[in-house]
Design a protein around this ligand. Structure first.
Ligand code: GRG
Length: 308
């Protein structure tokens, strides 16, 4: 079944109705993001920030944060500012990733990239603006949460973004460009940091805000590590098997640049098998939560069946 925004659900998910769940959550996140960032003077930078923030996307990171907050007994209102902040950070990482100094891409989320519309100088600042505003937004807009939990989430997200997370992964990725002898361990390092780190922070932030026990947070972290790597393996496969129209960005760049990817190590079929194995492990980690884990198991299935 093809869902809004290219999402697919297998028939066994329909009992849970992943389609309705994701559509409802996406709409709530869109509305909260829209409210989070009004355009004020100097309009140019706010327009550049909003251009990429409101350009669509699956909103997977905010949806995961809201889901674990509910799983741990909290409300989606408690997690919404953090959820929006995670999407702001994800968006800024895409803006910077697309810059000529990095991946040099012209399209993202089906639209021209930020620097193509606003220029490189403003695109860099739009990314910086979103990054700083994300932390301000968590700190000022979160209501009804113990301040110590909030502080833990701020530290968690900060770590996921910096040299211990996205930045570290990106730097090793750039270092490996043009090298043919990189190992699977290096490839795992890159993607555990570039891709999985923010997904991990997304998954456990909601549970922390809701006051989950350390045992619950640990189980969710293991779930997140598994879906994080599976997400990247699927991303690498889609870069080969999809079209630019389907993905909303240029495709086949890894192959052209002879960049190491999971399919370049394992081939497409084995990459699919490995991703499937990670998804099974992720689901096993949250099985103990029973019915409450239905959104997380359905999202895990979605990650492997997604078409964009
Ligand atoms: C974070 C301070 C800071 C700087 C950025 C450029 C950079 C450092 C890191 C690169 C991070 C990056 C672009 C990782 C790729 C992650 C990935 C697989 C993105 C695609 O995510 P989807 O499919 O995209 O969820 P949508 O558009 O649906 O949101």
């Amino acid at each position: 079944m093809v869902l809004a925004d290219g999402m697919q659900a297998s028939s066994k998910d329909l009992a849970f109705d992943l389609r309705a769940y994701l559509a409802e959550r996406q709409a709530k996140v869109e509305e909260a993001l829209d409210r989070s960032l009004p355009v004020v003077y100097p309009e140019k930078i706010y327009e550049a920030m909003r251009y990429s923030l409101m350009a669509g996307g699956k909103r997977l990171r905010p949806i995961l944060s809201l889901a674990t907050c509910e799983l741990a007994g909290g409300t989606i209102e408690m997690a919404m500012p953090t959820a929006c902040a995670l999407e702001m950070i994800h968006t800024m990482s895409l803006i910077h990733d697309d810059l000529p100094a990095m991946d040099n891409d012209d399209y993202r989320r089906g639209k021209l990239t930020n620097h193509k519309v606003f220029g490189e100088d403003v695109a860099i600042l739009a990314g910086d603006g979103l990054l700083a505003y994300a932390f301000e937004h968590i700190a000022t807009e979160t209501k009804g949460v113990d301040p110590l939990r909030l502080l833990r989430v701020v530290a968690l997200v900060g770590r996921a973004v910096g040299a211990a997370g996205l930045v570290g992964g990106q730097v090793v990725d750039l270092d490996c460009e043009g090298k043919k002898d990189i190992t699977i361990e290096t490839l795992n390092f890159i993607h555990n940091h570039k891709t999985a780190a923010l997904l991990e922070a997304s998954v456990i932030s909601g549970a922390i805000l809701a006051g989950a026990s350390e045992a619950v947070i640990e189980a969710l972290l293991r779930y997140a590590k598994n879906i994080g790597l599976a997400f990247q393996i699927v991303d690498d496969i889609l870069d080969i098997t999809s079209t630019a129209e389907e993905l909303g960005k240029s495709v086949g760049k890894d192959l052209k640049a002879e960049k190491a990817t999971y399919p370049s190590f394992w081939g497409i079929d084995e990459s699919r098998t490995q991703a499937q194995r990670l998804i099974q492990s992720a689901k096993a980690e949250v099985a103990e939560f029973g019915e409450k884990a239905r959104p997380l198991t359905a999202i895990a299935d979605f990650i492997i069946s997604r078409t964009r």
